[in-house]
Write a protein that binds this ligand. Sequence first.
Ligand code: FUB
Ligand code: ZN
Length: 637
Amino acid sequence: MHTQEFSSHLQIRDVIIDDPFWNEIVKRVRQKVLPYQYQALSDCVDGAEKSHCIENFLKAKSVNARRKAGLPVKKYPVDKWQYTEENTDENAFLGWVFQDSDVYKWLEAVGYFLQEYRDSALESKADAFIRAICDAQMDNGYLDTLYIINDIDKAFTNLRDHHELYCFGHLAEAALSIYRATKDDRLLNAAYRFADLICETFCHSKKRGYDGHEIAEMALVKLYRESGNLAYLHTAKFMIEERGKQPYYFDIEHGKHTDGTAYRYNQAHCQPKHQKEAVGHAVRGVYLYSAMADLAKECKDTELECACKSIWSNIVNKKLYITGGIGATVHGEAFSFDYDLPNDLAYAETCASIGLIFFAQRMSELEIRANYADVLERALYNTVLSGMSADGNAFFYVNPLEVLPQASKEDSRKQHIRPVRQKWFSCACCPPNLARLIGSLQKYIYTVNSSTVFLHQFICGKADFSYGELQLTKQGTQFCIKIRAQKECALAVRIPEWCNNFDINCKYTVKNGYAFIEIRHSAEITLDLHMQPRLVKCSNRVRANVGKVAVMRGPVVYCLEEADNGKDLQMLKLDSTQPLEYRDGCIYAQGIREKADESLYSTYSERAFTKCTLKFVPYYTWGNRGENEMCVYVRVE
Ligand code: FUB
Ligand code: ZN
């Protein structure tokens, strides 16, 4: 009865996080990550790769001024993905074609933190960026520094590769976040002006295009929800419907694609409503699927909803790492074939897991099924958190499940696997994406419909919803929920898939993985989610993990590091007959270490070994103690 109606997440302001685990992380992002990223985006971090972001906005401003003054404006090529100081003129655009988006993501994150409480130092940093962005916008609303600086006549001529609509999407998301925090509407007006130009150029004209990297669709839905302007919703719908139609728009732009895998990389191989499997570039994929779920909800589009369910099932049953990572191959930063989940070649981009969280959340608004929040939790506590260092000054882009530092240096197939987090990247999509995700954590904890409050994530704090309020606290694994409502309603609490032993101190019925509890105006509920360390096996269809196990406690995946267990982690075997011990945040297991065999081949005989204790640390903490070997899966006796 309660599960038929769509639900919606709460706004950031309506939720206060006060959680023993998350408080430190949120504080780290606010106090260390955001100021650090500001420095990096302003090219002030010694030894870090340059961003050039702000430099580009300033160049765009002066080009606009020259144009307005009728002065000649020099043109530069727009034929590359990346423009470096070596390959381009000093007055031309610098960085990746999507460089503008890094600043937008940072601003979006700042907006979320400012929604929680105002901070004048952060606001003045944001103000400088906002001014630079608004000054760069053209009179007709166009705003993409690559084309403004290099050659405005070529705007919107390479949608497949050049990310103009992608940058617009990030601009819109930043604008909404800043506006909600401060009521400063400069960026929001800039976003609306660009959105209006996009609606005119695409939806209302003959340009039947869509971006090679999705996100504009999601952003247009958000602008529609904020403004009520149906043109934004129609354009989002238009872009989803045009995608993959024949003749392919990208063929019109670039000439016929001859390879049979045409546009799978961009999820444009067929119309989204006919897609059943997650393919291509993983971040692009989950951003598209999120928008499809948004439209399924807004337009009650059951075709899109079915496609989303089928793609979801393909991801979580065949293409998901235990850590919530997606995208198994560096080639195209992409999904691979079913059950192809190599540990040491994994791509598992931080952004891709963030996008998976967007998709999961939207699916749980469409349908109440605990699997969505389970997967969201898996991605959050593992790949997303692993994306930043304990001091907030370094980041992973790729999140492998097995690392041998020597291989990263000497094996060109593994060059994308970094054994330590980096200060910054020329392509810095992940760090500010992580900041905006942590800054908006409040959105992922609850959803509400007219009769039920759903508790999806066990992140403590308080929440206000339209007909009541709720407080979640915890002591160890015991949670206490105090709820007060202005009417009779239900509280639906997710029973996590990792918990096969739980107690609730009141009457409940379990449906689709949620315990439904009737609330008559107020209640105090205690819930114990027993959390034993456990061994997890992977399907034997995944060749990389045959004969191995992983160790988890709750949603957290653990791993072995050389710093605790010595070199050659492949020599270790875990004894599954012995109990696992959880102590001081680590898990200890009994096992053996095989003696190294120096002869490459010899007649088979039992290997010599010594007994040892294996120490596992949370995966998200790995790589904080210098370069060392790491593995998630370990051989098992
Ligand atoms: O293309 C923009 C971003 O750069 C993608 O989302 C990431 O995967 C990286 O390629
Ligand atoms: Zn990224």
